[in-house]
Design a protein around this ligand. Structure first.
Ligand code: MRU
Length: 353
């Protein structure tokens, strides 16, 4: 099942990477050309590319770009320098577990490739393309499996989503928004409610943009309006993405996700988390072990460079929060929708077996 108007945030163009600049949407659709791995690291930190899966896909190409710049022809020295490239990319995002997963997979591909450095470089490019394609296929599968997890309702579904776990946050199609897209294509969806997602407005700028581009009815609400909408019976289920899922099913995602999970429970609504298995950290027992990055207070104090509070105000700006597994109705992966407590039954993605 594919969307009618596909969006691909990360595109390999012959010898460089092209990223949709996600900071400029929806006003401008700009493409950023990336030819060096250091520039990709900055692009991830600046959130030109964001969303756990998209960061992972971009980082796979980032490893190749870094490898391409290494002059060493001696294998051991080359692999050593590649570790340094990997570390710079790894340090760009502490919670997006796909990033570590992709980097480990790329390093493993390099180590396991027999032959000279030129051969390793070409395998790295092929592996990056494979990771990208796999992520896209995974999103289609998540979209499909998500249909079984959605509630049966007398009317068409009204789904609420947070932040952007759409095509822009993946290789394409999306995870949470992939479930929304598939429901739309199956003619089961009435509309999607997008929370604006303070402080960076990924819901308003990105999720609403994706929906409008595709003709999916979208209603934007501020983050504080979700409780009211649920109380008014306007929402049938909540579906969100994840930055990292612990082995016990605890979910770390964009700050505000936990609040929505509590609200969904209070209103007896399914709370669904859609994510590829590469987002599950099977080595991490619970969400308490996952750290959340605190971002610059200027993201809160200013809206598009305009101050919204007096000088002297202090800020707390965590990027993500942790939703305990007991609040999650189902986790939708490429292998199907399951209860968080059954996560351990799923097959780990190849590099984690
Ligand atoms: O801070 P962001 O915009 O990278 O946050 C993104 C999310 O919270 C997504 O839900 C998550 O990364 C999953 S993307 C498939």
């Amino acid at each position: 099942m594919e969307s009618l108007n596909p969006v691909f945030p990360v595109v390999w163009q012959n010898d460089h990477l092209e990223l949709i600049d996600q900071n400029r949407l929806p006003d401008e659709y700009d493409l950023v050309r990336i030819s060096r791995s250091e520039d990709l690291a900055i692009a991830i930190e600046d959130m030109i590319v964001r969303g756990a899966s998209a960061i992972g896909v971009a980082a796979a190409y980032g490893i190749y770009l870094g490898a391409r710049e290494i002059q060493a022809t001696e294998r051991a020295l080359f692999l050593n320098r590649l570790e340094a490239v990997a570390q710079t990319l790894r340090d760009t995002h502490s919670t997006a577990v796909n990033l570590s997963w992709v980097i480990d997979r790329m390093l493993k591909a390099a180590r396991q490739t027999a032959g000279d450095v030129a051969r390793i470089k070409s395998v790295l490019l092929e592996t990056a393309k494979q990771i990208q394609n796999e992520n896209l296929q995974t999103c289609y599968q998540i979209g499909n499996h998500g249909q079984q997890a959605l509630p049966e309702t007398p009317q068409k579904l009204r789904l609420l989503t947070h932040c952007n776990a759409g095509a822009l946050a993946t290789a394409g199609y999306g995870t949470a928004l992939g479930v929304v897209r598939s429901a739309w294509l199956d003619d089961r969806l009435e509309r999607v409610y997008a929370t604006e997602t303070r402080p960076r407005f990924q819901g308003a700028r990105l999720t609403a943009w994706e929906c409008v581009e595709e003709g999916i009815p979208v209603t934007l609400i501020t983050d504080g309006m979700a409780a009211h909408c649920m109380q008014q019976g306007m929402v049938d289920a909540v579906v969100v993405g994840a930055d990292c899922i612990a082995a016990n099913g605890d979910v770390v995602n964009k700050v505000g996700t936990y609040g929505l999970a509590l609200l969904a429970k209070a209103h007896h609504l399914p709370f669904l988390v859609a994510a590829p298995l590469s987002t599950v950290d099977f080595g991490c027992a619970t969400g308490a072990q996952i750290s959340s990055k605190t971002r610059d207070g200027k993201e809160i104090s200013h809206i598009f460079d305009r101050p919204i509070c007096p000088m002297g105000t202090e800020f707390y700006n965590p990027a993500s929060d942790m939703t305990p597994a007991e609040l999650v109705t189902a986790i939708i992966t490429e292998q199907g929708a399951i209860a968080p407590s059954d996560l351990h039954q799923l097959k780990h993605p190849p590099e984690k077996r």
